[in-house]
Design a protein around this ligand. Sequence first.
Ligand code: AMP
Length: 564
Amino acid sequence: MSSEVIVGIDLGTTNSAVGVVESGFPILLADEEGRRLLPSAVWYGKEEEVEVGWTAKRRLALGGVVTSIKRLMGQEARAEEVSAEILKKLKRIAEHRLEQPISKAVITVPAYFNEAQRGATKRAGELAGLEVVRLLSEPTAAALAYGLGKMGELQRVAVYDLGGGTFDVSILEMREGQFEVQSTAGDTRLGGDDFDRLLASMVLGDDWEKGRDSLESARVMEEAERVKVTLSEQETATFRLPFLASGPVEKEISRREFEAGLTDFLKKTEACCRRAMADAGLEPAGIDAVVLAGGSTRVPAVREKVEAIFQRKVEEGVDPDESVGLGAAIQAGIISGAVREVVLLDVTPLSLGIETVGGLMNVIIPRNTTIPCKAGEMFTNAAAGQRSMRLRVLQGERELAGDNWELGAVEVPFEAEGKGQARVGVQFSLDANGMLEVLARDTKTGVDTVLTIETAAVDVTDERVEQMVSESVEHAFADMRARVFTEAKLKAEELLNSLEPALALAGEDLEEGELSAIRAAEARVRKEIEGGASNGPLLKAAVEELDQASERLAALVVEKAMGL
Ligand code: AMP
């Protein structure tokens, strides 16, 4: 498994973020000023200079700034270029923080994005020098961030995502270890910006924009946003702009007043939630968890509304404006292998392997490997004249093949003369659904033998996994002893078998002492084999002794064979 870092990116309409899994925890990476969210704003200067993020946002009222480019994804090439600038900036933040080059990313996209929009997002990544290893749906990312999606847990999750300019609600269902989006509804023109406009109207009247230049409108909106954010924490806040052309403004606003003005917006989101539930064929009672995403869900009235719609408390513990980015980081961590301790169902619950000589388990895909995956090894024949081998595919954590579960078996033919001359490559491919295909290829003849294991290799109940793992721990010492003994015995038999022919060929060239040392070591090896499994370490030592004692004999045999 590669240890290359893969970052997770939330490429948002209003804000974007980049994260990674560090020591098993997902984190968003901060820029030099410690900010974890980057405004999705890009400024283009006359001399082709480009500024991204906070510096671009600051120039908003002065022109030349592109915002909300995500709305145009899939419609024009420029949207890809602008998005690429945001991605480049996130890449730089990550490279600076992690002190290494970054070339791979998981990027989130709305659940409703079509192929053109997804393709455009991928190309934006490539333009920014990032290989997009996966496009992840935003609601799925949010659910992952809240730690949902673990094996056997919650089945259906509602994700309520209210950002700066867009609203989405999605119903996810866990199927075969992966979240699938069952339904989605939303309003691409509803979000926190509307809340800001509402506050501005409350202070300056409905036609506050009339007669104001863009610079002033921007200042009004900025102050309105500040007041809104304050009201998420406090009962009152003061809207204060002393230097407006129309005269100074100062007005205290209560949370109650502000939230009363949100009723219509919230009703719209409620209608979307009901539609999404209806499309998924669900009532609120059929939903196991509700998750928030998007900065605007920090408004207490929004949260209360969500709890009323779904008739349950929302999940706690993650900042909603970070949930999509954190989920992207988790998915990236799963793909890169940085997330091991989390047992998600899209990892192998138990090791997969084959039986090798002596009845040992040879692991090909270790437990907790992310699927889909492929792994293989080369095997050879244990005896001369052998024409085929029986490939037993096993699942389990025990050292001895017989203690693991057999998933299937097949006879693999090959061409070989002497012992150890066959070259049979065995490859395990586990697809995203946990279907295992085992391919054995005789590399001499190119003949393939394929075994498909229909029962999903990951489809094992929690209890059986637990039982297997606890048994493997319980029997760890006995199993290890058995493995040491079996391996030592195989080596011993090999040495003993070659000993007499070697002595016949070159024995007379040995010194007296050398011969007696070989005979003594040989006797010890034979004695330890008789002792059985508990003698593993002794047998191993005896085998090493015999190996050393017969070193010169082996060299003499080679010299003779080469006619030296
Ligand atoms: P997002 O698109 O998820 O980054 O959300 C951005 C929107 O969330 C903007 O409209 C922000 O003003 C709004 N927002 C961020 N923090 C808060 C907060 N504490 N209370 C209310 N709205 C917030």
